[in-house]
Design a protein around this ligand. Structure first.
Ligand code: GUN
Length: 294
């Protein structure tokens, strides 16, 4: 039987509708949730993401501000922008789109964002809170979105073998923290694989829930997936395709067609995890704004 498709697009839409009344309530109390997105440079994929984040804010009635700095901007210039946003009462959430150019120290930028406005959850204080299971920490949007997809599509994580492929600070590591938490969407037995893992297929075949965030097109093939597993594909890769107007198409890290023949459920790319990431960013920004209601 072919796998059930877990539509991030549909779940994200449902969650954005749930957010609207909350935003209206905050507005009635004089607080319009506001998100600032800072982009350094002209990376085309980052430009697309930043534009989508701004549009998503406006679509749910939130305030958004986008600051674009040239690729040659200095670290001090970027820190000055963050300092201004840290002190701007109309802005409740700040994120700096990653990666930043090599001459800027990423850790210094993430540390500079005020903890209460760190809706990406990348400040070390929020990383620590999430890792230690403190619900006050902002959960990074992509793993938070994956966790919501699992909960809302009825996947029981409790006691499940969850295997994560990828150890990035943006997805793999915080994903492990969330799945280890006690309670709904947690309580899993978690394994994290990476580029040095021996016999990756032997590990992924043990997964009841397989989450792939490694950034390699079609890395996970049918033989690497246990029949009946739930497969979440976080990858977004451009592959050349002359038949497309843009000359490329987007594919995930999972060979979708063949894996969907063995998996119980699978997320597509596009339309899977992507829309959830932006939705959870909106959630975090609303959570941030709530702190300012007297
Ligand atoms: N680059 C890729 N994913 C993300 C994300 O979730 N947040 C930020 N700030 N940059 C990213």
């Amino acid at each position: 039987m072919p796998a059930k498709i877990i539509s991030g697009k549909a779940i994200a839409q449902e969650m954005r509708e749930e957010l609207r009344p909350e935003i209206e309530t905050l507005k009635a109390k004089g607080v319009t949730p506001g998100l600032a997105v800072v982009l350094v440079g002209e990376d085309p994929a980052s430009q697309v993401y930043v534009r989508m984040k701004g549009k998503a804010c406006e679509a749910v009635g939130m305030h958004s501000e986008t600051v674009v700095l040239p690729a040659a901007a200095t670290q001090d210039e970027l820190l000055a922008v963050i300092d201004r946003l840290n002190n701007d009462a109309a802005i409740h959430g700040i994120l700096c789109q990653l990666p930043v150019p090599d001459h800027i120290e990423e850790a210094a930028v993430l540390r500079a964002i005020r903890v209460e406005k760190d809706v990406d959850g990348f400040h070390p204080e929020n990383v620590g809170k999430v890792a230690s299971g403190d619900p006050a920490g902002f959960r990074p949007a992509t793993p938070y979105g994956v966790q919501q997809m699992l909960i809302r599509s009825g996947v029981d994580t409790r006691g499940a073998n969850a295997v994560i492929v990828g150890r990035s600070n943006i997805v793999g590591r915080p994903m492990a923290s969330l799945l280890l938490q006690r309670g709904e969407g947690g309580d899993a037995t978690v394994t994290v694989c990476h580029s040095r893992t021996k016999d990756l297929g032997a590990v992924t075949r043990e997964a009841d829930i397989l989450i792939v965030a490694i950034g390699k097109a079609d890395l996970v093939t049918r033989d690497m997936v246990k029949p009946g597993a739930v497969v979440i594909d976080v990858g977004v890769n451009r592959v050349d395709d002359p038949s497309k107007e843009k000359g490329y198409r987007l594919v995930g890290d999972v060979a979708f067609d063949e894996v969907s023949e063995v998996a119980a459920a699978i997320t597509p790319v596009p339309g899977g995890v992507g829309p959830m990431t932006i939705t959870m960013l909106l959630y975090n920004t609303v959570q941030a704004a709530r702190q300012w209601v007297l």
